[in-house]
Design a protein around this ligand. Structure first.
Ligand code: GLC
Length: 545
């Protein structure tokens, strides 16, 4: 069995984890200092969001040098130290790396744009315009506007699926594929166990980059994803990349938004020798509508979750509820006020009993909530700033209304500093951090939860331990069970051992429809009042004899 099939991953956004040198930003030594906390928690693999040199216009997903550590995070020596400490603790390391695009400050791009004859010209996708118009009609879904930008040096346009300061690499060019392989090999040789390959399903583009059709109703071009998302070329490039990497038991995870099960198979079935696992966002891209009942919301969520639980037995999906791009788990799928503690635990129980490779996003284990800053000026995420510009400045919508939406969706909800204690700046730093902690940090923090047996943190520890000792949770088959609306219930079965998981994700007591008695392995609530009921946000795992 490959190691990663049994592992529990913990995702860290390094700028916000722990500031060891008092500059207001997290760093690699900070992660190392806090390693004992992670060892105590029981997680086994760290996934670090990009740590490379970057102008940081997109949280590090705009790399200007793949072989250097971003200065604010430390040095290569600090990195080596971190790897050593991880190995000493039998932990693994995965680096998150965007290879679809670089920053426009990367030397490859600075060279590439200089002239048509520059040796790096073909590292990016250049085309001449059509009169005064860009080479084709592709528009970017993420940042709006054309996917092309023109440079004054040659008048040509370069392709960028994201912002214009994130030019797309030209994977058609074998030199690019070679250079990228060398980058990954460099980190493998330094002790990395795998990679989270950012938007890797976009590297292959339809040759010739044809126009997309225009929607007659709006007169706008359709979103061009058919020409660059899950293109057969992406598969070819990933296979080639994998075959060239030299390393034992590497774990390659693809960020593959919008894939179908068939596409997941094509990327991650062992026989394909491409990726080992994948991130898909159908369950997490689902938000509660204004008038939707909790029951209806949870039913919709469950349907999406279960669809990806019942995929081919050969596939191992990454299972996650939060990430650096998403809302906080308890704010999104639980109830972060009255039932903050209960719903955080219920979600922990669910996450760690599903099939796949679970990922805990930093702070989830103490129930960190959405930040809900009072002012727009406190937000820094590029997408949130664009929302402000478009909806408030240009669209004239009331700031208060837009702010309320941002409270639920901004990526800064996940990116603000980790709450370590009730001390100033949430114990994250001795100086004022770039992004403020949430106002609830005196109440929601590691120090407060550490020695409390009833805390969310303690519950995560117990659930993690349970997953480690219960092969059924890691390897068992999955079968949905009937239950009341608002409850998620399923069975895991492995070598004759049957576990039943029941989680009530509403603030109302629910009847248990499935009524087989078994030994209770773990519960979010200390005592059951009535066996036939599930309390608000109660979750249980039973062993059925
Ligand atoms: C991925 C990352 C996101 C980033 C984008 C562009 O979606 O998760 O944070 O902005 O890629 O690289």
């Amino acid at each position: 069995m490959t190691w990663w099939k049994d592992t529990i991953v913990y995702e860290i956004y390094p700028d916000s984890f722990y500031d060891s040198n008092g500059d207001g930003l997290g760093d690699l030594n900070g992660i190392r200092e806090k390693l004992p906390e992670l060892v105590r928690l029981g997680v086994e693999t760290l996934w670090l969001c990009p740590i490379f040199s970057s102008p940081m216009k997109d949280g590090g997903y705009d790399v200007s040098d793949y072989l250097k550590i971003r200065r604010s995070l430390g040095s290569l020596e600090d990195f080596d130290q971190l790897v050593k400490s991880l190995k000493d603790n039998d932990m693994r390391l995965i680096l998150d790396i965007p290879l679809n695009h670089t920053s426009d400050q990367h030397t490859w791009f600075l060279e590439s744009k200089k002239s048509k004859k520059n040796p790096y010209r073909n590292f990016y996708i250049w085309k001449s315009g059509r009169g005064h118009a860009p080479p084709n009609n592709w528009i970017s879904s993420k940042v709006g506007g054309s996917c092309w930008a023109q440079t004054k040096e040659t008048d040509d346009y370069y392709l960028h699926l994201y912002s214009d300061w994130q030019p797309d690499l030209n994977w058609e060019n074998p030199e690019v594929r070679q250079a990228v392989t060398q980058v990954l090999q460099f980190w493998i040789d330094r002790g990395v166990d795998g990679f989270r390959l950012d938007v890797i399903n976009k590297i292959g583009k339809e040759p010739g980059l044809p126009d997309v059709s225009v929607d007659p109703a709006t007169n706008l071009p359709e979103y061009p994803e058919a020409f660059f998302q899950n293109h057969s070329l992406s598969h070819r490039y990933i296979q080639e990349l994998r075959s060239r990497l030299i390393g034992e038991d590497l774990f390659l995870i693809g960020q593959t938004q919008g894939i179908t099960e068939l596409e997941a198979y094509a990327y991650a079935a062992p026989i394909r020798k491409e990726l080992d696992s994948f991130l898909q966002f159908e369950p997490t891209d689902y938000y509660r509508e204004k008038k939707q009942s909790q029951e209806a919301f949870i039913m919709g969520w469950k349907e999406r979750l279960f669809r990806w639980q019942m995929i081919d037995a050969e596939l191992a999906a990454m299972i996650f509820f939060g990430s650096h791009d998403l809302s906080r788990t308890v704010s999104h799928f639980g109830e972060d006020r009255r039932y903050w503690r209960e719903s955080s635990k219920a979600l922990a129980l669910l996450l760690l009993s599903l099939r796949g490779v679970p990922v805990i996003y930093m702070g989830e284990e103490i129930g960190m909530t959405n930040a809900r800053y009072r002012h727009f000026s406190q937000y820094q995420d590029i997408r949130t700033c664009l929302t402000y510009q478009r909806r408030v400045l240009e669209g004239g919508e009331p700031e208060e209304k837009v702010l309320r939406d941002v409270w639920e969706t901004s990526r800064d909800n996940a990116r603000y500093p980790m709450h370590w204690s009730a001390e100033s700046h949430a114990g994250f730093s001795v100086v004022k951090p770039k992004l403020s902690p949430a106002i609830n940090y005196r109440h929601v923090n590691v120090a407060r939860e550490l020695n409390d047996k009833t805390s969310i943190l303690s519950f995560y520890q117990r659930m993690i331990n349970l997953r480690k000792v219960e092969s059924t949770l890691r390897r068992g088959s999955f079968k949905p069970l009937e239950c009341q609306p608002g409850v998620i219930s399923f069975q895991r079965l492995w070598q004759g051992r049957r576990l039943v998981i029941e989680v009530n994700l509403t603030s109302r007591e629910k009847d248990r429809t499935f009524f087989e008695e078994g030994k209770c392995l773990i519960t979010t609530h200390s005592k059951h009042k009535r066996q036939s009921k599930l309390a608000a946000y109660e979750g249980r795992i039973l062993v059925i004899q």
